[in-house]
Ligand binder design. Structure first.
Ligand code: CA
Length: 243
């Protein structure tokens, strides 16, 4: 190949690459509505530098959860709230599926920001179900104490409800505040952790338990990221791409 032709080829490749990147950027702007993939279940949230930050409302299939913005103090554009029947011992109803692409294998802490949107009791309407079925490990931790979800063959299991690999995840404290808290095991709050031993795309599932529990934003972060950075209102949202 003549040097001049070689140069032309390089310039062409460069132009195509720049065009592809600029198209990506448009799709990933925080202010844009959710991107549309051919299959709405194919959105993938990209972990970067040990951190995933996502708005619950960025999902394309909210599966009978209400998308609302009437209770002040939420982040992003809105929040999801369950106003259907309660499923206190039946996980899997009102299923929300988030695909998480882990580029940095390791142990991640999970936290969601949620709120009670009915009544004044801090212990009603304060929980939903969570499962990471294909992660290397999904568990609750409090000091040296570890609990595993029910029906996984692993023990011990948490106090209270747990079934088919799902944890009941609750918040405590006053009803009238948005709060970063994800606890499991009744009256013995364990924090939530997920191990991803290899890079890859994993499935996070949320389903309805208590009515009027509102979900705003969730984060996954490694020990290299501080909780305050992960849960900062100004944290950069993870890129969302098509699978
Ligand atoms: Ca939100």
């Amino acid at each position: 190949m003549k040097p001049q032709k070689h140069l032309h080829t390089l310039l062409l490749v460069l132009a195509i690459t720049l065009y592809a990147c600029s198209t990506d950027d448009e799709n990933n702007s925080e202010t844009d509505p959710p991107i549309s993939c051919e299959n709405s279940d194919n959105l993938v949230y990209e972990e970067k530098d040990g951190l995933v930050v996502a708005e619950f409302e960025s999902i394309t299939n909210s599966n009978d959860w209400n998308i609302e913005n009437t209770v002040n103090g939420f982040l992003g554009t809105s929040y999801l709230v369950w106003k259907g029947d309660q499923f206190l011992n039946a996980p899997g109803n009102g299923l929300l599926t988030y695909n998480i692409k882990i580029n940095t294998p390791g142990t991640y802490r999970f936290l969601w920001r949620s709120r009670i949107t009915n009544g004044t009791s801090g212990s009603e309407h304060n929980d939903s179900w969570l499962r990471f079925a294909d992660a290397s490990s999904f568990y609750g931790k409090k000091g040296e104490s570890i609990v595993y979800p029910g029906d996984t063959g692993q023990t011990p299991n948490p106090n209270g409800s747990s079934k088919d690999g799902w944890f009941k995840i609750y918040k405590s404290g006053p009803a009238d505040e948005w709060k970063w808290q994800s606890s499991t095991s009744d009256n013995d709050a364990h924090d939530i952790y997920v191990d991803f031993d290899t890079a890859g795309t994993y499935t996070m599932e949320v389903s309805a338990r208590s009515s009027f529990h509102a979900l705003d934003r969730f984060v996954l972060f490694t020990e290299n990221v501080s909780q305050s950075d992960a849960t900062s209102e100004t944290a950069t949202l993870s890129e969302i791409n098509c699978n």
